[in-house]
Design a protein around this ligand. Structure first.
Ligand code: ZN
Length: 480
């Protein structure tokens, strides 16, 4: 197949649910494999910034260049002559706007599924995700995330459930599959006191030979070899910005980069290589909340993990590294300032001045509103906002936020009535960062890859085509 028709295949060959489930898929995959050359990968590292619109990546780059005089690790990869790039179409089997379950399943099993499903095809058939195939081939496997470890994105590489909310079932499936390294949040899905069936999954994992750790100190103290389950919160791990601000959180919860380092060190010892997925999950959550501090600093924490993965792969030619996002979310962007004036007619400043303010934020908007309520006084609102952002809201903005806290705020686009979103909109005056909504978007996502097998990537790629890219690079047999 020529490179043109290969790209055509990636663009159109797997689009649409009906085509995906047709028996022709295997034949097409084989054809692509033949064209991709003989380069084989021993390892795959798959990095996902969940819900990352292109504006998020751009702002992370601008922030670092301005504040630290360096760029992101992600965009630094674009200097590599061997880097392959594509735009990725993330539509699911039933919507132009995917959720994380359908997106991760598409990568994980090669089939577009409906939103909410984890590796269950629209015809009701379970599909085999890549970590199970890797296990069957004797490879090491790992999942690392800042969400619950049982959340949709990690689950898409290893679990099979009809509904992503079945996190207690997913926690048990990881043990059955024998995923070697599991690091993230979600202790409540392993804890007998919090599980519906009262099963002590922590004990079951320990019996199966896993080192089970619950805080950062135990993670650092764990012996180097063997299987590892680390859960560092009952729910999701804290946002990077709030984590940084709280010494107690820093002592108990590792960073995504640190978890990535630990996972790679363990998996590198596997004789037959490994497949590891790493997710910066809370970029998505910050975007849903229109929370620029949460968004930017979680993207930067994710980028640190990209740096760790790139350092691991440097100087070796056996590791396929893929960096991408599962979908856009709320499409944040640094807008040109100038048309926005304070209630007294003053200027909020120029664009750069506005964006520089985000660098001085010390807490997320979620943190800020958690300390306020419908009865908060103007003085309380003013002080809480200042503590979190170093900003001084004018009287008008304070009243608007108090209104929102009382659930009385009204805008044309009604998703903006919610207190968190209204607060994000008011902050936009000061930061010049605006948002289009509060949900996932259909925007194509950025896809970057290097290493053996990455040759197949280019143009506009369907998300489920990445499954074939990975399995072919690894030489994994794929069930029909
Ligand atoms: Zn989301």
């Amino acid at each position: 197949m020529s490179s043109v028709s290969r790209r055509n295949f990636l663009r159109t060959g797997l689009a649409g649910g009906a085509v995906l489930l047709a028996p022709g898929l295997r034949a097409q995959s084989t054809e692509l494999a033949a064209s991709a050359g003989a380069r084989r990968a021993r390892n795959v590292i798959f990095l996902v910034s969940d819900g990352m619109s292109l504006g998020t990546l751009t702002m992370a780059e601008r922030h670092l260049r301005r504040q630290e005089g360096r760029g992101t690790h992600w965009l630094g990869l674009y200097d590599r002559p061997d880097l392959r790039r594509a735009l990725m179409d993330t539509a699911s089997a039933n919507s132009p706007v995917t959720d994380s379950a359908a997106a991760s399943s598409a990568w994980g099993c090669g089939h577009k599924v409906k939103n909410g499903a984890i590796n269950f095809a629209p015809d009701g058939r379970p599909r085999t995700p890549i970590l199970r195939l890797a296990r069957a081939a004797g490879k090491g496997t790992g999942l690392v995330t800042t969400a619950t470890i049982t959340h949709a994105t990690p689950a898409g590489f290893a679990a099979q459930v009809e509904a992503r909310a079945d996190e207690g079932i997913i926690a048990a499936q990881y043990l059955e599959v024998g995923v070697d390294v599991l690091l993230g949040g979600g202790a409540r899905f392993f804890d007998p006191a919090q599980r519906a069936d009262q099963r002590d999954l922590f004990a079951d994992y320990a019996r199966a030979g896993y080192a089970v750790v619950r805080d950062a100190a135990a993670l650092r103290a764990a012996s180097a070899g063997g299987r590892l389950l680390g859960t560092f919160d009952d729910g999701h791990l804290p946002f990077a910005l709030d984590h940084r601000a709280d010494p107690a959180l820093r002592a108990t919860v590792p960073t995504l980069a640190e978890m990535t380092q630990v996972a790679l060190a363990r998996l590198a010892a596997h004789e037959r290589g490994f497949v590891l997925q790493i997710e910066g999950a809370r970029v998505d959550h910050a975007a849903h909340a229109n929370d620029i501090g949460g968004l930017l600093f979680d993207q930067l924490a994710f980028d640190d993990a990209v740096g760790v993965a790139a350092a691991f792969a440097a100087g070796r030619d056996d590791t396929l590294v893929i960096v991408t996002s599962d979908h856009g979310n709320a499409n944040p962007g640094l807008n040109g300032a100038g048309g926005s004036f304070t209630s007294r007619g003053g200027s909020y400043g120029d664009t750069q001045e506005c964006f520089d303010r985000v660098a001085r934020f010390s807490q997320t908007n979620v943190w800020t509103l958690a300390g306020l309520g419908p009865d908060s006084s103007a003085a309380q609102v003013r002080e809480r906002v200042h503590t979190a952002t170093a900003l001084d809201f004018d009287d008008d903005e304070i009243e608007m936020l108090r209104h929102a806290l009382r659930k009385e705020h009204r805008e044309g686009y009604r998703v903006r009535n919610a207190p968190l979103v209204a607060y994000g909109q008011i902050l936009a005056n000061h930061t010049s960062v605006g948002w289009t909504g509060t949900q996932h978007t259909t925007d194509y996502t950025e896809l970057a890859a290097f290493g053996p097998g990455s040759e197949a990537i280019g143009g506009v790629v369907q998300n489920n085509a990445l499954f074939g890219v990975m399995t072919r690079a690894l030489g994994l047999p794929v069930p029909a």
